[in-house]
Design a protein around this ligand. Sequence first.
Ligand SMILES: C[S@@+](CC[C@H](N)C(=O)[O-])C[C@H]1O[C@@H](n2cnc3c(N)ncnc32)[C@H](O)[C@@H]1O
Length: 241
Amino acid sequence: MKIDIITLFPNMYTGFLSESIIGRAIKENKVEINLVNLRDFTKEKHGHVDDTPFGGGCGMVLLCQPVFDCIRSLRTEDSLVIMMTPQGEVYSQKKAKELSLKNHLIILCGHYEGFDERIRSIVDLEISIGDYVLTGGEIPSMAIVDSIVRLIDGVIEDDSHEYDSHTNWMLEHPQYTKPRVYEGLEVPEVLCNGNHKEIEKYKLKESLRRTYLRRPDLLEKHELTKEEEKYLKEIIEEEKC
Ligand SMILES: C[S@@+](CC[C@H](N)C(=O)[O-])C[C@H]1O[C@@H](n2cnc3c(N)ncnc32)[C@H](O)[C@@H]1O
């Protein structure tokens, strides 16, 4: 997969692209990530990429010309152009999975007051990372690139994300590591007894319990299996006590 990130602040990505799982995925050629400086495309004097809004109002608005030229120089038949904006579709794990299967993503980061409205006509998708406003699209773009790259084949072990929260409209079951007892807090016995069938049952039921207690809205989207229906009934009874 190739990802082009259009930004006015490429230096913000230095640590993000060199460290940890993303850094390794790039080194191992699992993904190619290019930073494209929007300023390189402006035809304005003094390198301006923005101007004041028509009709008045505070802040500066990104100009059409550098954005149109930049996207046209990168786009192929295989590309999906994504605008980062708090007005977009709210991002989800489902979307991350969908995007991880694409060949070429072009991610457009805004800054200042945002974009000239006409820029929306040349993007394919608008994504928001949540109902709050950041100063620029750089951090949102890192969030979506991170979530996509970890789903690319071979970047992390497949079963590390199979049970991840939100993968199947569920939250992940509780996790423990050594020691078995810490300051009187114990690891559930079932996880230590080596009975894999019991362990799988525990993980599924506790994943359901956590989702039911913390995010019941997710369960409305999750299609329960017969086994899950049974566990959920048990959980509802148990939680009444
Ligand atoms: C200060 S914001 C502009 C907000 C704009 N005035 C509005 O009310 O919709 C500047 C840029 O940060 C990015 N941004 C801010 N919050 C975001 C969010 N929740 N999701 C995605 N991008 C965001 C976008 O690229 C946006 O163009």
